[in-house]
Design a protein around this ligand. Structure first.
Ligand SMILES: [Mg+2]
Length: 360
């Protein structure tokens, strides 16, 4: 299974998946810092046993686990086992060996054991955190009780056959959502990503950004051309009719042909639609922002970046155009290419670090 450790931002996925979402995932319980848990307002750790603290069906508690449990206690955390084991005698032995009480009640994901533990320790749900290796029992039960969950990588491959065949299959589907919710925060985490050039996130984002750029060009071009050469109004071309009005009413256009006067309007309309097209696709697809919040502020910043790109485009085009002497057509082509490349980098960087910057 494609387990990945990291923090999870629930808001990154649809509400219907929230109850399956842990607040973070870790490779081993030992990776969690008890002091950090305390600092985040947690006072009670609810612990799954099988494949979280020890291999399924065994009673082999590793020394490092014992040390970690002691560290947690020393930090001031209360501990309680929440296990679905059918072997009550074994649970009692484990409880005794680790010196951790266990909650009783219906099996997870029922709320019973969670509620029992909260009552036993006189804690509110937000003071507790559940640590377990299964989404459909540990995480789901915790979320139903209003308790945050931390998903730990299954310690050992051995487990109950029903778990292996049914739950783990379902977990694969949830993991697709989980990864979406994790994506936004990857930059802050010491996670080793695949090292190949095309696996790097920024490279994938830039490739998507370029594809979006092409679609925006198509949108711009088609709207511009349609308005200028096809759109009709009252039996004549819109560009003729609108252009005539402009020539009559806008002082500096008085000497122009109607078509020339109308062209900036068609170009502006095309550019406006292209900006909206780029904003929508880069937001949802390139930078994968799934929350509705902040869309307005992001659009404002996006327009600022785009206008900056436009100014840069004009400046670079104008200066490079003068650098290349000789054939004016070649010169214009080179100027356009250089400007497009620079503006693409400007827009990409601006969108990544400014317009769609992570909120907080
Ligand atoms: Mg387990």
């Amino acid at each position: 299974m494609s387990f990945r450790a990291g923090r999870v931002a629930k808001e990154g996925v649809h509400r219907r998946y929230h109850r399956f979402m842990p607040i973070r995932t870790v490779d081993r319980v030992l990776d969690l810092d008890p002091n950090e848990l305390i600092a985040s307002g947690k006072n009670l750790i609810l612990l799954d046993a099988d494949n979280t603290l020890l291999p399924w069906r065994t009673e082999e508690i590793a020394e490092e686990v014992t040390i970690w449990l002691d560290k947690a206690r020393a930090a001031g955390l209360k501990l309680c086992l929440i296990s679905n084991t059918r072997n009550k005698a074994r649970l009692e032995r484990l409880s005794k060996a680790m010196d951790i009480p266990f909650a009783v009640g219906k099996f997870k994901p029922s709320r019973e054991m969670y509620d029992h533990a909260l009552e036993k320790f006189q804690m509110k749900p937000e003071q507790a955190v559940m640590i377990g290796d299964q989404i459909f029992t540990d995480v789901l039960g915790a979320n139903r009780s209003g308790i945050d969950a931390i998903l730990v990588r299954q310690m050992h491959k051995n487990e109950f056959i029903g778990t292996r065949l049914v739950s783990r299959l379902g977990e694969k589907l949830i993991w697709r959502k989980l990864r979406e919710a994790m994506e936004e925060e990857l930059d802050d985490l010491p996670i080793v990503e695949p090292t190949g050039f095309f696996h790097r996130r920024i490279v994938r984002q830039f490739a998507k950004f370029c594809i979006v750029g092409l679609t925006s060009f198509a949108v711009d071009y088609n709207i511009r051309m349609t308005l200028q050469f096809q759109a009709q109004s009252g039996g004549e071309l819109l560009s003729e009719k609108g252009g005539r009005w402009l020539v009559q009413h806008v002082p500096f256009m008085s000497g122009m042909t109607p078509a020339d006067a109308f062209f900036p309007v068609a170009a502006a309309a095309g550019a406006a639609f292209a900006i909206v097209n780029s904003f929508i696709w880069n937001r949802l697809w390139t930078f994968r922002i799934r929350t509705r919040e902040e869309a307005g502020a992001q659009f404002g910043r996006f327009v600022v970046v785009s206008v900056g790109g436009l100014v840069l485009n004009v400046l670079i085009s104008a200066s490079v155009n003068h650098l290349v002497q000789g054939d004016p057509k070649v010169s214009a082509r080179i100027a356009t290419l250089v400007a497009t490349a620079f503006v693409a980098i400007w827009n990409f960087t601006g969108q990544r670090l400014y317009a769609f910057r992570p909120s907080k």
